[in-house]
Design a protein around this ligand. Structure first.
Ligand code: ADP
Ligand code: MG
Length: 706
């Protein structure tokens, strides 16, 4: 991109120092280029003019009317002042209201003249009015170049209150266009544009800001989405091919006593076919001499932990240490407990440690010493493993559980824990639709466990209303009478933490009333407890001391209590689909028939009802995640930071643009096959496009390799 566009935004007419600072801070706009690529997030259709008589409560967005001013009036005093303009279009009469800028607006309006009025109708007893509409003399319209489809730019409260409204940003973009349009250079070679029917960049940018017709807008969006997704694919695929062609991976040649002893003598059950296949895939990856980066996808309860353990034993057989990083302390401890108990009597007994943020200083010192000396073979823990002071003697294999909680950056940080990067296995129970995986994890090989261990009965899911609580309680009692245990989970959402804790405590009390001692014992676990108390509560539940565990969503991931067969989810409408599915996966682990009960109020939004219905209908995590993607869009499910996505998408949507992702992927593959480094002259532009998406995180990986 030409240098001109890299000029500081403050030099643009209408910006200046103060506004520039705001644009930097609020929208990340630093240069002219940034503003040019700040696209409207939606468009308002001003091609239609409605009759006042036809506007009813179905109209939930802005509408446009053409009406004559009948009269003015003022009401209220001082801060409560308002200015009311009555207008009529022959079909009906309505009022326009101003609370601010009254003097200014009053001066500009004339009784008897016709205006084009654009605003959001607010209804009251069947009548509507419009507050602070946009208003313009009809006869002035001819002077406006494109009043048909108007872009709405995202702003923030701070920007709005400093006058940088959507409209003002639009004005800035108009100014920008005058100077900048001559400096826009094509980013895609002709051969790609022609093959895919893409409009030139300049035309696309023009139409994205100033759509000349709905068709041209659609073409502009298509072109810019393609460019973005294609650039990302070029970057991801280049990175992957670079990695796979360099010889920099540890070689796990031996299958030795640790692996064999465990497999032959310790394994409490037969591996499923899928588990065997994945272990084979990992084995063949780790003998190539290239570093492995593999994603292991498997629904909750499919037995990923076991695969992780066996591959860690493989590393031990070859003289390397392994580590397993989990997203929560609870989960790390649980992994530690189950892994140490499976390793009793094997050569690895006593060579496993656990390290978390709450490990006491003295204990930590011992752990770190044993680790550095190579005595520890397997280290389990949380984010605490990423800290610099955690030094291995020879780390060869890293497992990251529930990858969607960690980012690319953390993955990359693990690379630096040895002189050569260790093999990496990331595990996730969140089934990721294919096109999404291509973008989020496009640089990883993918393994799938698509088979549950035998003898699992499908979980029965029911949706009940809060009014049916008595029925719920008697159902819980009958299950407890059969010797089963019950989870009752409450949502905990950061923004409403106080209320959520209140709900939890209220719920806990009401359960205590209905399930009294000595017949019933009830435990609680939530995020505000000390980790010791949490461990005690979990342990009591695991040992069957408590019948009911009341919890916040801390138990969402990984907790494994086979005797628990009922999962009650309170305010289920507040959870996302993938979270509901994860929670449900906590039951159905033993031989008993298991149940998931979704509790909600009677009043549900359309989306919430769709989520709950889907849960009742299917146990298939893949189907649910596809639906989730449709309902929410990728941004919400995999918030950029959480997802490990290293870049923000400016225009494309991972949820909605699957077809373009596929096309971009295929196109990128074809080109890189012939020109892996994009160094031939007709690919110069593509090298630039690729580099736009080589971000900071990825650079760490590049440096590691070369
Ligand atoms: P995930 O992490 O994939 O959700 P886990 O690894 O926690 O699943 O396994 C769930 C449960 O299934 C555990 O109790 C585990 O011991 C058990 N399990 C794993 N593999 C098998 C198998 N092949 N046969 C029977 N049970 C298994
Ligand atoms: Mg797990």
């Amino acid at each position: 991109m030409a240098d001109f566009l890299q000029n500081d935004i403050k030099f643009l007419t209408g910006v200046g120092e103060r506004r520039a600072a705001l644009l930097n801070k609020e929208l990340g706009i630093f240069t002219l280029y940034d503003l040019l690529y700040h696209f409207p997030f939606r468009y308002m259709d001003r091609t239609r003019v409605y009759r006042i008589a036809d506007i009813n409560e179905q109209f939930t967005t802005h509408v446009q009317i053409r009406a004559r001013i009948k009269g003015f009036s003022h009401q209220g005093e001082r801060a409560k002042k308002r200015f009311i303009v009555t207008v009529s279009d022959g079909s009906g009469v309505t009022e326009l209201l101003w609370f601010k800028g009254i003097k200014w607006i009053e001066k500009r309006l004339e009784i008897g003249r016709e205006y084009l009025i654009f605003g959001k109708p607010t209804f009251f007893k069947g009548e509507f009015n419009m507050v602070h509409p946009e208003i313009e003399l009809t006869e002035k319209l001819a002077q406006r170049p494109n009043f048909g489809i108007q872009g709405v730019y995202s702003t923030t409260e701070k920007l709005n209150s400093s006058g940088l409204t959507s409209k003002e940003i639009y004005n800035l973009v108009c100014n920008l266009w005058q100077h900048a349009s001559a400096h826009i250079h094509e980013t895609l070679p002709d051969y790609i544009r022609n093959a895919n029917g893409l409009m030139p960049l300049k035309e696309a940018l023009y139409n994205i800001h100033f759509p000349q017709s709905p068709q041209l807008l659609a073409q502009a969006q298509y072109r810019l989405k393609f460019e973005e997704l294609f650039g990302i694919q070029l970057s991801i695929l280049s990175r992957r091919s670079k990695r796979t062609t360099m010889a920099d991976g540890f070689v796990f040649k031996r299958v030795g006593e640790n692996f064999n002893d465990f497999y032959n003598n310790r394994l409490p059950f037969q591996l499923t076919g899928a588990q065997k296949r994945v272990i084979k895939e990992i084995r063949s990856d780790t003998v190539t001499g290239h570093q492995m980066n593999r994603l292991l996808q498997g629904d909750v309860g499919s037995g990923k932990t076991l695969v992780a353990l066996m591959t860690m034993l493989l590393a031990v057989d070859n003289g390397y240490q392994s580590c397993l990083m989990a997203p929560t302390e609870l989960l790390a401890r649980q992994h530690y407990n189950s892994i140490t108990s499976m390793l009793v009597g094997t050569p690895c007994e006593g060579k496993v440690d656990v390290l978390t943020g709450s490990t006491k200083t003295k204990e930590r010192r011992g752990i770190l010493e044993r680790l550095a000396a190579g005595e520890t073979k397997i280290l389990i823990g949380t984010h605490a493993l990423l800290e610099d002071r955690v030094q291995f003697s020879n780390l060869g294999f890293v497992v990251i559980d529930e990858q969607h909680r960690f980012g690319v950056e953390q993955r990359a940080r693990m690379w630096t824990k040895n002189s050569q990067p260790p093999h990496i296995l990331v595990m996730t129970a969140t089934p990721i639709p294919r096109t999404l995986a291509m973008t989020l994890y496009g640089d990883l090989e993918v393994s799938v466990i698509d088979e549950l261990p035998p003898n699992r009965k499908p979980i029965t899911t029911r949706h009940m209303y809060d009014s049916q609580r008595l029925r719920l309680f008697s159902f819980m009692k009958s299950e407890i009478a059969k010797g089963r245990q019950v989870y009752v989970v409450y949502p905990l959402i950061k923004e409403s933490e106080k209320m959520d804790y209140k709900d939890l405590y209220d719920g806990f009390e009401s359960i205590c009333r209905d399930f009294p001692l000595p017949e019933y014992r009830i435990g609680v676990v939530h995020g505000k407890m000390s980790s010791e108390d949490k461990n005690v509560a979990m342990d009591e539940f695991k040992r069957g001391v408590t019948n009911i565990l009341v919890a916040t969503s801390v138990i969402e991931v990984g907790v494994d209590v086979p005797n628990a067969s009922v999962m009650v989810i309170e305010s289920a409408e507040r959870f996302g689909l993938s979270q509901l599915h994860q929670l449900r996966g906590r039951v159905g682990r033993g031989a008993a028939q298991s149940y998931c009960i979704l509790m909600s109020g009677e009043k549900l939004s359309h989306e919430a009802r769709a989520r709950l219905d889907a849960m009742v209908e299917t146990n298939d995590g893949f189907q649910l995640s596809e639906l989730d993607l449709k309902l929410r869009g990728a941004g919400d499910i995999f918030g950029t930071r959480q997802s490990g996505m290293a870049f923000d998408l400016k225009i494309a949507s991972l949820g909605k643009d699957g077809q373009i992702i596929e096309l971009a992927r295929r196109t990128a593959e074809k080109i890189l096959d012939q020109d892996p480094t994009l160094s031939t002259p007709n690919n110069t532009l593509l090298a630039e496009l690729r580099n736009r998406y080589v971000n900071h995180d990825n650079t760490i990986e590049y440096e590691m390799i070369s």
